[in-house]
Design a binder for this molecule. Structure first.
Ligand SMILES: C[S@@+](CC[C@H](N)C(=O)[O-])C[C@H]1O[C@@H](n2cnc3c(N)ncnc32)[C@H](O)[C@@H]1O
Length: 210
């Protein structure tokens, strides 16, 4: 899944400053992420991306959703060695602290406006921090660890903290047992609403009151 997309940010203005930078994404279906987030009303709840890398997914979400309280990026960076997929061993990628620092620089206009915060930690650490347990999320992009048990754990944690009309986007859904995750999420009223080659989108449709 190592396809590289580059977008040039040009014209993000903050106090007369123009940010010109390059943000790369390492997957595909960013057009779908844009479509699914465009004008999506977060109703004052948070958005989140697990696995930020250079920041393309987060940028697309922040640029397209509306009424978002804040976008939270969760990523430990540090070039960690870990098992990426159900059927591989552990290895490191290129997720370095230098990459984090570049992302933070590219996102300075968003950070200055209080629209982005980085939780520089793993998904597990994030979910265990008590200050996040009372948050509610309207839009989540799952693009960190790609092992079924990790994505399933994240999905259930966020489903328990989902807003009435939350959307979940999963990247690289063909690399883990997405059908198991989608089935588990039906118990939280999530159903599949969009499917691409690498990304799929599940939306929460609350049951009608009887
Ligand atoms: C596939 S890249 C993310 C790509 C990014 N979402 C984009 O659209 O360009 C995976 C990222 O997940 C991060 N990651 C690895 N283990 C993680 C964990 N346990 N919790 C959160 N993020 C993790 C890596 O550091 C890396 O930056």
């Amino acid at each position: 899944m190592q396809q590289f997309y580059t977008i040039i940010i040009c014209g993000v203005k903050k106090k007369g400053e123009i940010l010109v930078g390059m943000i790369k994404g390492d997957s595909s279906d960013y057009d779908l992420l844009e479509k699914w987030s465009k004008n999506f009303d977060c109703q004052g709840y948070k958005t989140c991306e697990i696995g930020v890398r250079e920041g393309l997914g987060s940028k697309i979400i922040m640029d397209n959703v509306i009424n978002n309280y804040i976008h939270v990026g969760v990523d430990p960076y540090g070039n960690l060695e870990y098992q990426h997929y159900d059927d591989t061993g552990s290895y490191t990628c290129d997720y370095t602290d230098e990459m984090r620092d570049t992302m933070l620089k590219d996102f300075k206009p968003y950070r200055n406006e209080g629209r982005f915060t980085l939780c520089n930690m793993t998904d597990t650490e994030f979910m265990n921090e008590s200050k996040h347990k009372d948050s509610k999320f309207a839009f989540v992009h799952f693009d960190g660890p790609h092992m079924t048990k990790d994505v399933l754990t994240e999905a259930i944690w966020f489903a328990n903290r989902s807003a009435p009309h939350t959307r979940f986007v999963f990247d690289d859904h063909n690399t883990y047992e997405m059908s198991v995750i989608a089935h588990a999420l039906t118990f939280f009223d999530f159903h599949t609403h969009g499917m691409g080659q690498s990304k799929c989108m599940l939306a929460k449709v609350p049951k009608k009151e009887k």
